[in-house]
Design a protein around this ligand. Structure first.
Ligand code: URP
Ligand code: ZN
Ligand code: ZN
Length: 463
């Protein structure tokens, strides 16, 4: 398949320039002005539009068994929804049960992901510790293209990693040239606060943010950063939602520590008023962890992205329908935690970031694609429009608008936290591995067309 994208402005993280882009097979084979193309080539007219690397969502949960249920989007519907929004690679999470072999869980998730329509790769969670976990981490890095390990500091009595696990796993990751990542919330504090609220009879969704205040997140962020500092490992903090966590990252980076932070599209634009709605189904639909925060936290997160202390944008796409969320109708701690967004992240970040002058188009590419590719070692295969890179491309109309709604979305779950938001800046065409998978509103995602992306270790593997 040969495709030429003509007349657009290529936007990479370092610069923007007028150029055509020629794709052959799954690769970009030429970038330049006035390119020749064979007569049989598919021609995409990008005049007046930007031509950008496909988005990388560093944080999704497709087909995740979680809190007694399974997310509404599987790897096909979830990746297809991503393609419709200009996201061509997702980074999902293998989450073994405590005591389950990491390798066994990894193979289970690989099986589920075979139906993906877009490319995917996995962080693997370390939810417990034993010699076998140490060994499995080595096998995953050496033989399976895994270079990042996730640690949930929350979800006590389920998947929470204690300090011993954090220390041992971070140490092992360093040996292997892999990067530790953390969900930073103090799970013990969350648990105690939840019990206090329930004892007082506060059982509705408005209790959710009360059980997870910013200090709870900040404590865990500071602890993870301190552990990483002592051990000399880098650390990546997922879904940074509050000013206090960002401060911890900013302080550490100012001292030269290699700490990375991820912001969610939702945390950037939605505030905690959603939990106080009298429409309890609506409020439950927004229950995710960390929760949406007060408005001043959003301003801080934007400053983090602008100032280079937050590096990636993601969604934590983890969809549950209203019936699933209703499991917590009488007890907020039983509401399955998670919201969607993989279809909307690129437009939401463009609209609220580039549209308001907070980000340039190149900075947008950096925080939606390039930084993710670099931090997780997929660059320059991903995150760049250049010869030799994967032909994962989004043709972007900066004038185009769309009103986001669960009624028109491709993602499952029947709910959208961005409901009713009109965004300016939309994809008109998405190419994944050289194939047109989305064009002017029409989704042409193919089940099983997505590929697993191996991510090599950051240093020679010696252990
Ligand atoms: O509420 C959330 N974020 N659900 C998904 C699991 C996680 O914590 O990332
Ligand atoms: Zn999390
Ligand atoms: Zn998550």
């Amino acid at each position: 398949m040969t495709t030429i994208i003509r007349g657009g402005t290529v936007v990479n993280a370092d610069r923007a320039f007028r150029a055509d882009v020629l794709c052959f097979g799954d690769k970009i084979v030429a970038v330049g002005e006035g390119l020749e193309a064979p007569p049989h080539a598919t021609v995409i007219d990008a005049s007046g539009q930007y031509v950008m690397p496909g988005g990388i969502d560093t944080h999704t949960h497709m087909q995740l068994p979680f809190m007694g249920t399974v997310t509404a989007d599987d790897f096909f519907t979830g990746t297809a929804a991503g393609l419709a929004g200009g996201t061509t690679t997702i980074m999902d999470f293998v989450i073994p049960d405590p005591k389950q072999s990491l390798l066994e869980a990894y193979h289970t998730w690989r099986g589920w992901a075979k139906k993906s329509a877009g490319d995917y790769t996995f962080h693997v969670a370390v939810t417990w510790w034993a010699d076998s976990v140490h060994a499995d981490m080595g096998t995953l890095v050496r033989d399976h293209g895994v270079n990042s390990f996730k640690h949930f500091m929350a979800y006590k009595n389920a998947i929470m990693a204690d300090d011993e696990t954090l220390v041992k796993s971070f140490t092992r990751a360093l040996e292997l040239g892999a990067i530790p990542t953390v969900h930073a919330e103090n799970g013990e504090l969350v648990f105690q606060l939840q019990q206090d609220l329930l004892r007082k009879g506060i059982t509705g969704p408005s209790a959710h943010p009360l059980s997870r205040p910013p200090e709870v997140e900040a404590e865990a962020a500071n602890r993870a950063i301190a552990i990483a500092n002592v051990l000399g490992t880098p650390v990546y903090i997922v879904h940074v939602s509050c000013a206090e966590s960002l401060d911890a990252i900013t302080r550490a980076r100012a001292k030269g520590q290699r700490v990375y932070g991820e912001a969610l599209a939702g945390h950037l634009v939605i505030d905690d008023s959603v939990y106080y709605s009298s429409d309890l189904e609506f409020a439950r639909g927004h229950v995710m962890s960390p929760p949406f925060r007060g408005k001043h936290h959003q301003a801080a997160l934007w400053q983090g992205l602008q100032g280079g202390n937050l590096h990636t944008t993601a969604t934590d796409h983890c969809t549950f329908c209203a019936e699933q969320k209703a499991a917590g109708a009488d007890n907020f701690t039983k509401i399955p935690n998670g919201c969607g967004g993989v279809e909307d992240r690129m437009s939401v970040v463009w609209d609220a970031g580039v549209g308001t002058g907070k980000l340039t188009p190149s900075e947008f590419v950096r925080v939606t694609s390039t930084n993710a590719a670099q931090i997780f070692n997929m660059y320059p295969r991903k995150g760049l429009i250049a010869v030799g890179a994967d032909a994962d491309i989004v043709v972007w109309d900066p004038q185009g608008t769309r009103t986001i709604s669960a009624k028109t979305q491709f993602a499952k779950g029947g709910f959208n936290v961005f409901e009713g938001r009109t965004v300016q800046g939309i994809p008109t065409t998405t190419l994944s591995a050289g194939n047109v998978v989305f064009s002017k509103g029409e989704l042409r995602a193919v089940e099983g067309a997505g590929r697993h992306i191996d991510r090599p270790a950051f240093a020679p593997v010696t252990a």
